[in-house]
Write a protein that binds this ligand. Structure first.
Ligand SMILES: [Zn+2]
Length: 316
């Protein structure tokens, strides 16, 4: 298809290119007219459909081009502030999802958002699925176009919803036996272990091992938190006894597991400073942590029961 650059230049300021794989891998080119007072990114004039990348390159040499899947501020675009859009480091308002969520759950989060938040499209959430990114959700508005207060008041409900979904999905992963997610969840929400607890650090190296989480309780006492997604991990006993010997001050050792088999809990009771806790899901679908009472029967999720049995088989 031929196009007359001079005529295009007279009428159009910028172009949007929508590459459609599902439409014969062609480039749909939309234009935005100089004399329109405002531009709507989603509604340009469809000017041409091109087959070749080279044709797009030629347009690019003569015009400012945006791609349909580009992250850009719709408000800047609307007000024709094209120069601002070209500034590479322009900051967008957005929400960063938890990087530690496994990729299958990131996809679920993405789907929940697309179905549950009508004003969001694939463009807003595409970085969730991109492992090279920091799992970013974009609101299509930049920090130049919206102040922090406006952002807070406009999006606070959506952000609360995003955080809730994220926690629900993380809880799901934890109940399926993902210890890394358990660590991330507790590190991000340390107060679910105990009110006024503060995180010091995660993955703290000592001479012979790594403490999962180091925290401080409201009295300033150091807490070693050791996590397990199995009910019968014998390492837990050695770790609980040894790690506290590496911390010179007063210390509490808190173990968190789905439950404890008898042989484990009996041995742990002989370790000083020990406090056994269990995790499960509360009626809102979120992780909760409770004190373990020996002899307590705990309903394990099927997946965790499976893990425990596998471990037993190995031991035999
Ligand atoms: Zn903007």
């Amino acid at each position: 298809m031929e196009f007359n650059l001079e005529i295009l230049k007279q009428s159009y300021g910028v172009f949007k290119v929508d590459y459609r794989q599902d439409q014969g891998k062609r480039y749909f080119v939309y234009g935005y007219q100089h004399d329109e007072e405002e531009w709507d990114f989603d509604n340009g004039d469809l000017l041409m459909v091109l087959d070749e990348k080279e044709q797009i390159n030629e347009l690019k040499r003569n015009f400012t081009i945006f791609y349909n899947n580009e992250w850009l501020c719709k408000t800047c675009f609307k007000h024709k502030k094209v120069e601002r859009l070209k500034v590479e480091k322009i900051k967008h308002w957005g929400w960063t999802a938890w990087e530690g969520l496994p990729s299958n759950l990131m996809k679920k989060l993405q789907n929940k958002i697309l179905v549950g938040i009508p004003e969001f499209s694939w463009k807003n959430v595409k970085r969730l699925d991109d492992h090279n990114s920091n799992c970013f959700i974009d609101f299509n508005i930049c920090t130049e176009c919206m102040s922090e207060d406006e952002y807070d008041s406009k999006f606070s409900d959506i952000i609360k919803q995003l955080e809730l979904w994220e926690l629900e999905l993380a809880t799901e992963a934890i109940l399926e036996g993902n210890e890394k997610v358990l660590e991330g969840y507790i590190a991000h929400n340390i107060e679910i272990v105990e009110t006024d607890m503060k995180l010091i650090d995660t993955q703290v190296k000592v001479k012979e091992g790594v403490i999962d989480i180091l925290a401080e309780d409201k009295n300033g006492t150091t807490c070693i938190i050791e996590l397990k997604v199995r009910t019968n991990d014998k390492n837990l006993i050695w770790q609980s006894a040894y790690y506290q010997s590496e911390i010179e001050e007063d210390v509490r050792v808190i173990t968190i597991a789905p439950s404890y088999e008898d042989v484990i809990s009996k041995a742990l009771l002989n370790v000083k400073n020990i406090e056994m806790k269990i995790f499960n899901r509360d009626d809102k679908g979120l992780l909760q942590i409770e004190n373990f009472e020996p002899n307590q029967t705990v309903k394990l999720s099927d997946k965790l029961r499976l893990l425990a049995n596998e471990e037993k088989d190995k031991a035999i």
